[in-house]
Design a protein. Structure first.
Length: 732
């Protein structure tokens, strides 16, 4: 016998187990003969048929399938099918995240069966052969989205739209009749209309032309469109809002607590247009303070089962992009009727507290009010008042003597009365005590640096700066937190359906990953118990404040936290160390706050509990829309950073390595927080290999390390506004 024949005889049999399982599980109520299975697998040779019979025998032995009658095979009733959400990777493969599985299921591109990122699907999990779970998507239960942003590639009789989202792995075919005036190279919004089993690409229709790629308005509208966020109100909603009676009526005032004679003012960002919260302040005869937290009574105007309410619910939140606000409510409400503008009477929903000089709560009142704001301050102006009197807070609350008025604007054109100075200083003193109590209880202090831009009249970035919270910001924050907490406590005691803002304990695995990273900077976390963790994180955040690694560590700490969300199931708020917490204070820009106002009034009126299932569904929608808005806001910052860096290509910048992957290192510029990538292939002095455990790229010959937290000098190599990507080159 020749060597060749011996070699052929020793050829390994093909294992058809996976293919057989897919067929039987897809048709779990039917049985098949080996011939029917061979036909489905297009097994034409005797050798292949023998392999199929061998695989069937093995599967029966392993109890993965059953032989119902002689020669007939059927799937076992099994737990191989799971429901989950598709999480696409940029390489075209995906993972399916299933709540009932501890591990995500890896699905290669060829087994996606037309599922897209975010879709709710049924996934068949193959019998475990490796450490990671692998599977095939067998059914699309619900499409996450059908509209995509992309760039038109025009052909003679049709077009392809190439999506800008890297997780969308296929082009969209558009017949010429459905191009609706789009031209080659336009950035558009396209909607998938069908995707037949035989077609490689889905069919679509172009619904909106966004403009030419790279133009400012085109890219901003594209960011909104990518997340399904609108940038204008439907005409009928605007008309409905314009037709509302927004005048202040005596008969309505009679139903409310009248606070118009009490000193009241707002403190907001300098460029704010909607003022949805105000503080009132007065000293009581017993020496305590009455402090009112007054919130715009949006629910007075936005009534259930109206097109205005439907639109507000669908949006669920205002979206704050770098150069514009996309409001939840039309301007007639957000900037006028509901905005607590100075020297105008407004309807409000209030939480009014009697506090002792030690910030002990003696009494709480909740209900509808009418106010008249005496003054409007920017945070910087309130801060100027606080900094003008660098006095220990207990002295402020006792016998500190203040002048009749002080100037808080450089030109001296605006002065603040002694009455308002006393109010701001007293409120700040009380806020400091409240904050200290929260910190002692285990609240986590996230004062993450905000990136802001100086823009010209055409929205071009002239500069980048960072903004940190000062005492004036924290003053407002503490009283908003107090109001939110006390409203939630009131509802919780009633044990009726309510909307809570919840925050679960941190993810243990993420904390351990964070521990591994920060240890490289010489920091440690105490992970022994829940309270130790929060105090340890606070200590860490204090330690890194002002250091080059601050933004990286702040980001890692936030990522290690669970996501806050809305729910009718109250589990408390870990980050704030509150057992009960809600969102009551921003109904102009958040729909959950509108729901809270309605429910609160319902229970103040002694009415029955609301439908829990209905409100839980609304909570889920609000949480989802909040996440989309946050992503859009983040993308707009990234876009503006890249636009800014386009004009600084010849400059060298000092940066900190903020991420390491097998493809290269991410560097965040210390001066302006812009982040870009240095690709490993562009570091020419060696061949660099990714060391996952060390979070480093290591040179094979030189053993040089590029690791998290290292400082490097970089120069801009390439800016891509369309893909929103920055490439850096290493200088030294």
């Amino acid at each position: 016998m020749s060597r060749k024949k011996i070699k052929q005889k020793k050829k390994k049999n093909k294992d058809f187990s996976r293919d057989i399982l897919v067929i039987l599980q897809k048709n779990s109520n039917k049985s098949f003969t080996w011939k029917q299975i061979a036909e489905k697998l297009k097994a034409t040779s005797t050798e292949m048929r023998n392999d199929i019979i061998a695989s069937l025998t093995k599967l029966v032995k392993q109890s993965h399938i059953q032989e119902t009658t002689q020669g007939n095979y059927q799937a076992q009733e099994s737990t191989y099918y799971h429901k989950g959400v598709v999480d696409m990777a940029s390489n075209g493969n995906a993972y399916v995240v299933c709540e009932d599985l501890e591990q995500d299921v890896f699905v290669p591109n060829n087994l996606l069966n037309k599922a897209l990122h975010g879709d709710v699907v049924e996934v068949y999990v193959f019998p475990r052969r490796r450490e990671k779970l692998e599977g095939e998507i067998t059914q699309i239960i619900e499409r996450k989205r059908t509209t995509f942003v992309g760039v038109v590639q025009m052909q003679k009789n049709f077009a392809f739209v190439v999506p800008t989202d890297r997780r969308m792995y296929t082009d969209i075919f558009v017949p010429k009749t459905d191009c609706n005036g789009a031209e080659d190279g336009d950035k558009v919004l396209v909607r998938i209309t069908q995707w037949t089993s035989r077609a490689n690409s889905p069919y679509g229709v172009i619904e909106k032309i966004l403009g030419k790629p790279g133009e400012h308005d085109t890219e901003i509208h594209a960011i909104l469109a990518e997340y399904g966020l609108p940038h204008e109100f439907p005409k009928e909603v605007e008309e409905y809002a314009q037709g509302l009676d927004t005048s202040i009526k005596e008969e309505e005032i009679a139903k409310r607590r009248d606070m118009r004679e009490v000193l009241t003012f707002t403190i907001d960002p300098r460029d704010a247009k909607d003022f949805d919260d105000a503080l009132s302040f007065q000293v009581l005869e017993n020496g305590n303070f009455e402090i009112g937290v007054h919130i715009a009574d949006v629910s007075h105007y936005v009534q259930p089962n109206t097109i205005l309410d439907d639109e507000a619910y669908q949006r669920a939140t205002s979206v704050y992009l770098v150069d514009r606000v996309v409001p939840m409510l039309p301007e007639v409400l957000s900037n006028f009727a509901c905005s607590l503008r100075p020297e105008e009477e407004k309807y409000t929903f209030s939480a009014i507290f009697e506090l002792s000089p030690k910030a002990e709560i003696r009494n709480t009142w909740l209900g509808r009010t009418v106010i008249r704001s005496d003054a409007r301050f920017a945070y910087e102006e309130a801060q100027a008042v606080i900094e003008a009197f660098d006095t220990p807070y207990m002295e402020v609350l006792t016998d500190f003597v203040m002048p009749q008025e002080i100037s808080i604007r450089p030109e001296g054109s605006y002065t603040v009365s002694k009455e308002i100075v006393e109010a701001i200083l007293s409120l700040n003193a009380l806020a400091e005590i409240l904050r200290e109590k929260r910190m002692r209880a285990g609240a986590i202090s996230f004062d993450k640096v905000e990136v802001k831009f100086l823009l010209d009249e055409n929205n071009n970035p002239l500069g980048v700066y960072t903004k940190e919270s000062k005492e004036a910001n924290k003053l407002i924050e503490e009283f908003m937190l107090l109001a939110n907490r006390k409203v939630a406590e009131y509802a919780s005691k009633l044990q009726k359906t309510f909307v809570y803002r919840i925050h679960d304990v941190p993810d243990e695995e993420k904390l351990l990953q964070m521990q591994g990273i920060i240890s490289r900077f010489g920091y440690r976390l105490n992970l022994k118990d829940k309270k130790n963790i929060s105090h340890s994180i606070n200590h860490l955040l204090e330690e890194v404040h002002g250091k080059k690694e601050q933004n990286l560590v702040d980001t890692l700490a936030i990522r290690s936290m669970s996501k806050a969300a809305y729910s009718t199931h109250n589990i408390g708020h870990y980050g704030l160390a509150f057992d009960d917490y809600t969102h009551f204070t921003s109904p102009i820009r958040r729909y959950p706050d509108v729901m809270v106002h309605r429910l609160l009034q319902r229970y103040l009126d002694k009415e029955a509990s609301a439908n829990e299932a209905e409100y839980e569904e609304k909570c889920k929608h609000s949480s989802q829309m909040e996440n989309l808005a946050t992503s859009a806001e983040r993308d707009s910052i990234k876009y503006m950073q890249i636009k800014y860096m386009e004009d600084h290509k010849d400059q060298e910048f000092l940066g900190v390595i903020s991420g390491v992957t097998e493809f290269g290192i991410y560097v965040e510029i210390i001066e302006n927080k812009c982040e870009g990538m240095i690709r490993a292939r562009d570091i020419k002095d060696d061949y660099y290999v990714f060391d996952e455990k060390a979070y480093a790229l290591i040179g094979e010959v030189s053993k040089k390390h590029y690791t998290l937290g290292d400082e490097v000098w970089i120069r801009v190599k390439n800016t891509d506004l369309i893909k929103r990507h920055l490439d850096f080159e290493l200088v030294k």
